[in-house]
Design a binder for this molecule. Structure first.
Ligand code: HEM
Length: 183
């Protein structure tokens, strides 16, 4: 139950990040200042909502472990765990870097009606880091999501064909099924 909720929120967070990414690109091209500001606000709100979703997803995942044991080769769960860890880290860094970027530009970020305090002083080194990272981070997330989906597909194929079980027997003589989340 908790595991399912965690998984649902994880993918919701990715959807929100993708939407925030698109809004950033659309906002940059908007001709009127009002439209640009409105789009940027929604960009910030959806981005911060993704932070809330990913934090709750992490908490839910800690409360419930996946009970299934798909027959996967030993290397695949390890690789998937590493990619997932990287993705969670990037998903947390992205909205925080946006908040830093706003602080760097001397703007106060908002989350719907709440005006948020600045995370760094304007033109500080930390704000500058957020500024440099923010544009790149969005693209990096989309790339890692594609990689993660590719690994999920590989896992599905291994599970369906039983190839993973055979690979484990051949390499170690024993079978160690994965009891972690299959995503
Ligand atoms: C989490 C998902 C987010 C993604 C994928 C994302 C992506 C982007 C991208 C691609 C840009 C354009 C960067 C460039 O031109 O170099 C941008 C700009 C910006 N983002 Fe985000 N962002 C996210 C969340 C946030 C959040 C949560 C905030 C603030 C709290 C924020 C604040 C900003 C600001 C202030 C700009 C500069 C806009 C301007 O003045 O042109 N972003 N974002």
């Amino acid at each position: 139950m908790h595991w399912r909720l965690g998984r649902m929120l994880f993918w919701t967070a990715i959807g929100l990040v993708a939407a925030a990414f698109v809004l950033a690109l659309v906002g940059e091209k908007a001709s009127s200042t009002n439209a640009r500001e409105l789009i940027l606000h929604w960009h910030e709100w959806l981005g911060l909502l993704s932070l809330v979703a990913i934090v709750v997803a992490l908490a839910a995942r800690q409360l419930g472990k996946y009970a299934g044991k798909p027959p996967l080769p030993n290397w695949l769960p390890r690789l998937r765990r590493a990619v997932r860890l990287l993705l969670y880290t990037l998903l947390i860094l992205q909205p925080l870097s946006g908040w830093l970027l706003a602080s760097h530009e001397g703007k106060l970020a908002s989350f719907f009606r709440w005006i948020l305090p600045p995370l760094a002083a304007p033109n500080s080194a930390l704000g500058h880091l957020g500024y440099i990272y923010h544009g790149l981070g969005g693209m990096l997330i989309l790339f890692i999501v594609a990689l993660s989906l590719r690994l999920n597909l590989t896992a599905l194929v291994f599970s369906a064909t039983g190839q993973g079980r055979r690979d484990n027997r051949e390499t170690s003589g024993s079978e160690k099924p994965d009891s972690r989340h299959p995503d």
